[in-house]
Structures are given as structure tokens and as C-alpha cells.
Design a protein around this ligand. Structure first.
Ligand code: RP5
Length: 194
């Protein structure tokens, strides 16, 4: 089996394994299986928030026909937000946005050669008329794309607004608990007061 065949088989396996049980409201797509180590943080965050989602590997360059099909049927299939992540000449989010009226959030993947600056610019610099809501490069962008998608859903579905409220409260609690560094110094005592 050639490396290309092996890669295609692995990608089919990821797509198959990650079929959701509930009707998905968010679609996470990424240009390559190699983007998954970043985008699993988006999927984990959506899971934490109880948002049904699906995950697909689709590429604007390597599988353009399948991407067109995915984006143009997304609304009809019940998706409400799409998160699209790609690296390098990252056209995935832009092309997806061109083929659907659903909100598209772009996550620039950190690339080996330019540390994701290439991905960021090619995702964010859309022409007027076709918006892509672009998040930060890499893991923070993946997490925030999930939170942003949930906030968009929250304008219509009350339970997701409440899920974000709980997430924020627990995040704040974790930060405050982190002030207790175990040394009993006056600095940590002071920090604990606020
Ligand atoms: C992009 O090219 C993908 O989104 C990925 O970030 C990058 C490299 O892809 P692989 O060569 O690892 O498949 O299309």
C-alpha cells in the first residue's frame, strides 16, 4: 500500500469513528488528519459543553468536490455553525463560507515553516461579502472556536447559553484555585483574597 493510500484509509477511519449519535449542530472540518491534534481541543470543548457535533477531514485543495458537497448541504442537514481549520495556504474556511450562508469560524493551524502566520493570513483576509470569523492560531483558536460556536447556538438554544455560563464560572474558579501554590507565602495569601 502506498503512503497516499494509507493516508486516505486513515482519514476514512477518522471520519467513520467520529459519527455523532445526536443530530449535529456544529460541523468541525479540517484540511488534514495532521490537524486533529489541534482540533481535538475544539471537539473536547464542544463535548464538555454538551454540543452535538460531527468531525470530517476535507480539503479545499485535495477534495474540492467533496468540500463543495459538504458545505452546500450543511444547512439542509441541520448544521448551524461550521468550524473550519487548515494550515499553510489555508483556503478551507473561505471556500466553505463561499458555499454556505451558515456562520463559518476559521482556525489557522500552526504550520511548520511559518508558524501559522501563513494559515492566519490566508484564513482572515477574506474579501468583503464572504466573512470568516477567524480565531487565534492553534490550540487557543480551536478552543475559542468551539466556545464561539456555542455562543452562536446560545442565541437560539437557551441550554447552550447556560452551558457557557457554567464553563466561565468553573474556569474562573480554576484560576482562583491556582493562586494556592502550596507555599503559604504572603503573595499567594494576597492573591487568594481577590
Ligand atoms: C493543509 O495542509 C492542512 O490543513 C494541513 O494543516 C497542512 C498539511 O497537511 P498534511 O501534509 O499534513 O496532510 O491543507
Amino acid at each position: 500500500m502506498t503512503t497516499e493510500h494509507k493516508k486516505a484509509k486513515e482519514t476514512r477511519t477518522v471520519n467513520k469513528l467520529r459519527r455523532p449519535k445526536k443530530r449535529p449542530l456544529v460541523g468541525i472540518i479540517m484540511g488534514s488528519k495532521s490537524d486533529w491534534e489541534t482540533m481535538e481541543h475544539a471537539a473536547k470543548t464542544l463535548e464538555e459543553l454538551g454540543v452535538p457535533h460531527e468531525v470530517r477531514v476535507l480539503s479545499a485543495h485535495r477534495t474540492p468536490d467533496q468540500l463543495f458537497e459538504y458545505a452546500s448541504t450543511a444547512e439542509h442537514r441541520g448544521l448551524e455553525v461550521i468550524i473550519a481549520a487548515a494550515g499553510g495556504a489555508a483556503h478551507l474556511a473561505g471556500v466553505t463560507a463561499a458555499k454556505t450562508i451558515l456562520p463559518v469560524l476559521g482556525v489557522p493551524i500552526e504550520s511548520a515553516s511559518l508558524k501559522g502566520l501563513d494559515s492566519l493570513l490566508s484564513t482572515v483576509q477574506m474579501p468583503g461579502g464572504i466573512p470568516v470569523g477567524t480565531l487565534a492560531i492553534g490550540k487557543p483558536g480551536a478552543i475559542n472556536a468551539a466556545l464561539f460556536a456555542t455562543a452562536i447556538l446560545g442565541t437560539k438554544h437557551h441550554e447552550f447559553r447556560e452551558a457557557i455560563r457554567k464553563y466561565r464560572a468553573s474556569q474562573a474558579e480554576n484560576v482562583l484555585n491556582a493562586s494556592d501554590l502550596g507555599g503559604g507565602s504572603s503573595a499567594s495569601a494576597k492573591a487568594a483574597k481577590f
